[in-house]
Design a binder for this molecule. Sequence first.
Ligand code: NAP
Length: 288
Amino acid sequence: MAAQILDGKSLAASIRAALKERVAALVQRGVKPGLAVVLAGDDPASRVYVRNKRLAATETGVHSELIELPGTIGQRELRERIEGLNANRAIHGILVQLPLPKPIDAAAVLEAIAPAKDVDGFHEINMGALFAGRPAVVPCTPAGVMRLMEQARIPLAGRHAVVIGRSNIVGKPVAQLLLQKDATVTICHSKSSDLSELTRRADVLIAAVGRPKLVRQDMVKPGACVIDVGVNRLEDGKLAGDVDFQAVKEVAGWITPVPGGVGPMTIAMLLENCIRAASRELEPKPAG
Ligand code: NAP
């Protein structure tokens, strides 16, 4: 039987609708959530991602500001711009669109973001909290992956989850979240030997690599849940994930499409992180 399609597009739309109500309630209490998006350079794909994120923010009632900077910007100037946003009370979330132009040390730039405004969850303090089992701000794509599986009631406790990819943005944090749901987790990467042998043992398979059709039908255990994080632009201009969707959907139990799977969930989680950051303004401040 063909797999159940995990429809990230419609789940993300319903999340955004609920967030819109939360924003309206916050505005009534005098807080308008604000998101700053920093775009350095003119990478065309980054431009599209930024446009989609800002569009979703505006539709949800979140104030969004685009800080467009030349690709030639220096490290120090970029840090100063971020420090300005840290101090800006109208901004609750700061997103630096990656990749940054070549000579810039992206890790150092991300560390300049105030952890409370780090809506991407990439700051070492937020990463550390996640890995210590006390998640504060969870990176958007891993959060979106988990929400999709939660909605579909995919069993995780005691199951074997295999994550292909070990980036700080997707692979490592998603593995950590799976572990927190009591899955037994294997993380694979470019040096893993016999990838197929590992993936065939997965009840849950997450592909976050950036290679079209890396995951073939014979690499998937029948009935497994297959989550495709990859976004690849094919020669014909179409988008594809890392999974051979047409073939794998014939054996998997659940599968995400690309586009329309994880991508829209990432944006919904970004807005959720930003709105949560804005809500903290209304929380009582600790005494002292
Ligand atoms: P990345 O930083 O380039 O990491 C890719 C990972 O894949 C690395 O850990 C790499 O291993 C591993 N890898 C490469 N070739 C492999 C192979 N043949 N077999 C097994 N593992 C292999 O990428 P990323 O930022 O994590 O993103 C991964 C994909 O997700 C990309 O397509 C990206 O566009 C997409 N993405 C989508 C969303 C979304 O919202 N849908 C968000 C973020 C990213 P090594 O560590 O050994 O090099």
